[in-house]
Design a binder for this molecule. Structure first.
Ligand SMILES: Cc1cc2nc3c(=O)[nH]c(=O)nc-3n(C[C@H](O)[C@H](O)[C@H](O)COP(=O)(O)O)c2cc1C
Length: 364
């Protein structure tokens, strides 16, 4: 399968890049011939369409501009699958990707024909090159509301239709800034990452994405709007603290991945009301490396998180952040941590041994 990927994401350390890279791994695994084009790269700078109709009226099939699009037009024509990736900017694709589509105008011509969707569209100069072509869109945005992605998805559907391509599938990743939140939804994040990987495999084999892959790619990352707002704020707090000009997704993965703020919020959220139905206790967590205190106030099935030290907690856990993250993610077990002396337990040790039951891992 001959696959052309058009990357319309200007930020090369961002989440679109991260997800598209996984897609490309899948493509290559199944032996697809991949042409991977970054239309936002300086060397690929495309002039904007002037709407002059030179390509229809003066030199049919040729643009008035002479730039890298000249070489790309035949690659588009010969691809079996066209994959376009973009971040969401104001409910739409990036301007670079929009410009790319405008610059495909020389491949069309005057004279209307009816599209698959029943819309009168411009004729294609080489119709046989299009009718078996599949189109896949990859869209990455920060917002959570799924409706906010409908305009861009609809635009892609209409573009596929007007160029007589079969819609092979549309991948949407909402809440992009929560992709580094490994501690909040480890299983979901794995499924999301696998979905982009699988999507690449499916695209490379058939040009069509399965319903499961599409659904997994857009699994929600925050349980509700309140969590979404809280986690968005945590993201920007970390991003600002990194003090770099742009937010680097892999650095954020490392930094936010070990955030005790997220860890403690997730513990409070994951309380098992049945297991704690009879428990009234104040659990204090002290991370001297920050230094910061947290309290989980457990009251018969409910849990409140406080950001202060407790006067006389029933249980006090003291360790560095990375040790607590390692315990939470099961990379280190409790007996080993106690043996190594990297964790200090004071108060009711019975509560400590039941923490796993009281706060089971986050749901999918
Ligand atoms: C100019 C601008 C406009 C944006 N508009 C939207 C939007 O309408 N909807 C949305 O979900 N996210 C919006 N975002 C957020 C980006 O889609 C989000 O940060 C995404 O992760 C960017 O992709 P990247 O990480 O690959 O750079 C906007 C970001 C910028 C810079």
């Amino acid at each position: 399968m001959n696959v052309l990927i058009v990357r319309g994401n200007p930020r090369k350390t961002g989440f679109t890049q991260y997800l598209v890279n996984r897609f490309v791994v899948g493509l290559r695994e199944v032996g697809a011939q991949v042409t991977d084009v970054d239309i936002t790269a300086d060397e690929f700078s495309l002039k904007p369409c002037l709407g002059c109709y030179y390509c229809w009226l003066v030199k049919p099939g040729q643009c008035v501009h002479h730039d890298p699009m000249e070489k790309l037009l035949p690659v588009i024509l010969n691809a079996d699958v066209l994959v376009c990736a973009t971040p969401v900017y104001y409910f739409a694709m990036s301007s670079q990707l929009k410009n790319f589509f405008e610059r495909t105008f020389p491949l069309t011509g005057e004279g209307l024909v009816t599209s698959r969707m029943g819309i009168l569209r411009n004729r294609l100069r080489e119709p046989a090159k299009w009718s078996n072509k599949k189109f896949i869109s990859i869209t990455v945005g920060a917002l959570r509301a799924r409706d906010a992605y409908e305009p861009i998805n609809q635009t892609f559907r209409l573009i596929a239709d007007t160029l007589d391509m079969e819609l092979g599938g549309q991948l949407i990743r909402t809440e992009s800034h929560q992709l580094p939140f490994k501690l909040s939804k480890p299983i979901t994040l794995k499924r999301v990452e696998s979905a982009f990987h699988n999507a690449g495999r499916e695209a490379g084999l058939t040009g069509r994405l399965s319903a499961k892959t599409v659904a997994d790619a857009e699994l929600p990352l925050s349980p509700d709007e309140n969590y979404f707002r809280t986690y968005a704020n945590i993201f920007w707090e970390h991003a600002a603290a990194m003090n770099s000009k742009s937010t680097n997704s892999s650095r954020l993965q490392a930094e936010v991945g070990a955030s005790p703020d997220i860890l403690m919020r997730e513990m409070a959220r994951c309380i098992d009301p049945k297991a704690t139905a009879r428990l009234r206790a104040v659990l204090e967590f002290h991370f001297p490396d920050l230094p910061r205190h947290y309290q989980l106030v457990v009251n018969q099935g409910a849990c409140e998180l406080k950001f202060t030290a407790a006067a006389s907690p029933d249980l006090r856990v003291t360790c560095t952040t990375d040790i607590w993250v390692a315990l939470f993610t099961r990379q280190l077990n409790v007996p080993a941590a106690l043996r190594q002396g990297v964790i200090k337990i004071e108060g009711d040790k019975g509560i400590f041994t039941k923490l796993d039951r009281y706060f089971p891992p986050p749901p999918v």
